[in-house]
Write a protein that binds this ligand. Sequence first.
Ligand code: NAP
Length: 284
Amino acid sequence: MTAQLIDGNVLSKQLRADVAARAAALLARGITPGLAVVLVGENAASQVYVRNKVKACQDNGLHSVLEQYPATLTEAELLARVDALNRDPAIHGILVQLPLPAHIDAQKVIEAISPEKDVDGFHVASAGALMVGQPGFWPCTPYGCMKMLESIGYDLKGKHAVVIGRSNIVGKPMALMLLQKNATVTICHSGTKDLKAMTLQADVIVAAVGKRNVLTADMVKPGAVVIDVGMNRNDEGKLCGDVDFDGVNAVAGYITPVPGGVGPMTITMLLVNTLEAAERLFPI
Ligand code: NAP
């Protein structure tokens, strides 16, 4: 038996078609949803990410602006740009690509983004809204994972979900989203004493660590749903996740691949959030 694949490319295509249709409906009312992506410095990976985000906007009827600045940009200059984008009526979503150069306080910059335009969902107001179950923007990566679970009709009520990783952008919001859907949630991290004992109890495992083979077949209950957020390189330099895919594939009920799993979903949910930011401003 092998697990059923949850294909992030296929699901993304469906969700992006819905985004394009809703963007066209807004356009018919004279509103073009707009995303501003701000990149500071020459980080090669970040340059690829921002290009992909801008292209995804263009392909799906959203307006996008890419602002690129040298690594020498000061914190004050960046804050001034964010302030201008907050006030720009053509921009409904603002994304400042992380990491930022060391001399810039990333949290300060995130907090400067208007919560109404915080389509990355990293602002403390967005995190607070998620925590208390109020409307806000959900961080794109865990939001995409929830859409993947939804796509297989998985009912989380009463299920045990184990999240490996507790970052503010993936692990913690992931745990809160699973909790909101009535799962019993365990969060594991580098201080967890017996990770295997935790994952073996899980009906759903989300691995968000950034280390290869954190999850192997002997750590997975037969039939469990396994979502792999990790992005690593194997010995051949190819992209791989945190999960030993071949081994776990033989035990799990569902599994997401890397590449072609959570990665495309993250950009898709950015489009969804940007569209929603515009829709909230101009409700029908
Ligand atoms: P992060 O901030 O480095 O957090 C990693 C987490 O893993 C930390 O909470 C850490 O615990 C925990 N951890 C480290 N070693 C562990 C171990 N041996 N056992 C259990 N937990 C362990 O990373 P992140 O930003 O959340 O990202 C995680 C991974 O997802 C990375 O590979 C990243 O590239 C990938 N990612 C992918 C996407 C996508 O779109 N596909 C988006 C975002 C991130 P402590 O807190 O105790 O240090």
